[in-house]
Design a protein around this ligand. Structure first.
Ligand SMILES: [Zn+2]
Length: 366
């Protein structure tokens, strides 16, 4: 791997700090190239745990190139959250890994087609869920399929939702990987699906504003969600076009609920509106009092650990991926998925990203 020296940046080597300005060397060969990071922060490469980047020409829902929301926006690694399933995932290497500089991992959808359309297309109907084929996919692609995805939402699975969740949980158990659970419109009831989750499973779209979410009907956190958090379920944001409510999030935080990982749920339908980028989503969380170190941890160490890629060096400064960014004093009005606006005091602006020995300058800061 090429050697790089990142000069003069404030290196984020812990959640709390104090962080110091120092040069950072990546790679073991003598010589090498330099990046001037004066006035910037240097962090482990950002990881977006929930995206849709299966850029197959038949998949209009997710036909987003990984680099568009990856290296071009300062994100080193994106995780595709179930855009492909057992009968489509073999096309992933040619269509994604072979064409993109961003590191890409994937959750496999328990619905064999994956998510061919924006609405999901009820891809998890009983006849389309194939436990054996899902499990066998891990044998073929063990190095980049990191878990199983299920959409527990009537919008996607019709009335089969709870059974789809059970099948997905079983697949995850058989391969020893986490289940990522999309919570949305009932059926199935959120109470029933949360109780199926095991420690290390991931719930995404956690703080959506739809009826029947984690706040129940009286703005009180429901017991199944408290139990899931106590068991060690990973709480993911999954912003999306309709899945992050400032109001729900604020009430949940007030009642002691956590957010483990910050993810965007970026796909073709929300990259030019609503969500735009992971950095913008991180900035939104700064308005809730999270420190810069906490926000960075939720896109580096925390997601790396959640999907077990920390053992390959992701989420750490020495693993070979770095994100260089600034935090500007800047007031911006940012909107949640419900159309509610909060004004920021700061603005996280990625500058560049180092992946696989190559430095990519950020060309989209939105
Ligand atoms: Zn999604």
């Amino acid at each position: 791997m090429a050697t790089w020296t990142i000069r003069g940046g404030t290196v984020i080597d812990s959640e709390e700090g104090p962080w110091v300005v120092r040069d950072l060397h990546i790679g073991a060969e003598p010589g090498g190239q330099e990046v001037d990071a004066t006035g910037c922060y240097v962090a482990p490469g950002f990881i977006d745990l929930h995206t849709h980047v299966f850029s197959h020409s038949l998949f209009t829902h997710s036909r987003l190139q990984a680099d568009r929301i990856g290296v071009r926006q300062g994100v080193a690694c994106v995780v595709d959250a179930g855009s492909s399933g057992a009968i489509t995932i073999d096309a992933f290497p040619d269509n994604v890994h072979g064409t993109q500089a961003t590191k890409v991992f994937a959750f496999i959808n328990i619905g064999s087609p994956g998510l061919p359309t924006l609405g999901g297309g009820h891809a998890s109907r009983p006849e389309l869920c194939d436990l054996a084929a899902t499990v066998k996919s891990f044998e073929r692609h063990a190095d980049w399929i990191v878990g199983v995805k299920v959409l527990a939402s009537s919008s996607h699975t019709g009335s089969f939702g709870l059974e789809a969740v059970k099948l997905a949980r079983k697949a995850a158990e058989l391969v020893g990987k986490p289940l990522m659970l999309h919570v949305g419109n009932a059926p199935p009831l959120i109470d029933d699906v949360l109780d199926l989750l095991r420690p290390g499973d991931i719930v995404t779209h956690t703080y959506h504003g739809k009826t029947g979410g984690v706040l129940g009907y009286a703005d009180r956190i429901i017991e199944p969600f408290k139990r899931a958090v106590d068991r060690g379920v990973v709480v993911d944001l999954g912003h999306g076009r309709s899945s992050f409510s400032f109001r729900v999030f604020e009430i949940a935080l007030d009642q002691g609920m956590p957010i483990t990982t910050i993810s965007s749920d970026l796909h073709r339908g929300n990259v030019d509106s609503h969500v735009f980028s992971l950095a913008r989503t991180m900035t939104k969380l700064r308005t809730f009092g999270f420190s810069l170190g906490e926000v960075v941890e939720k896109v580096t160490t925390a997601p790396a650990r959640a999907i077990g890629i920390d053992r390959h060096g992701f989420g750490s400064l020495t693993g070979g991926t770095l994100t260089i960014f600034r935090e500007l004093d800047k007031q911006v009005d940012l909107m949640d998925a419900e159309g509610v606006v909060r004004r920021t005091k700061t603005w996280i602006e990625p500058v560049g990203v180092l992946v696989d020995g190559h430095y990519h300058k950020v060309c989209e800061t939105i």
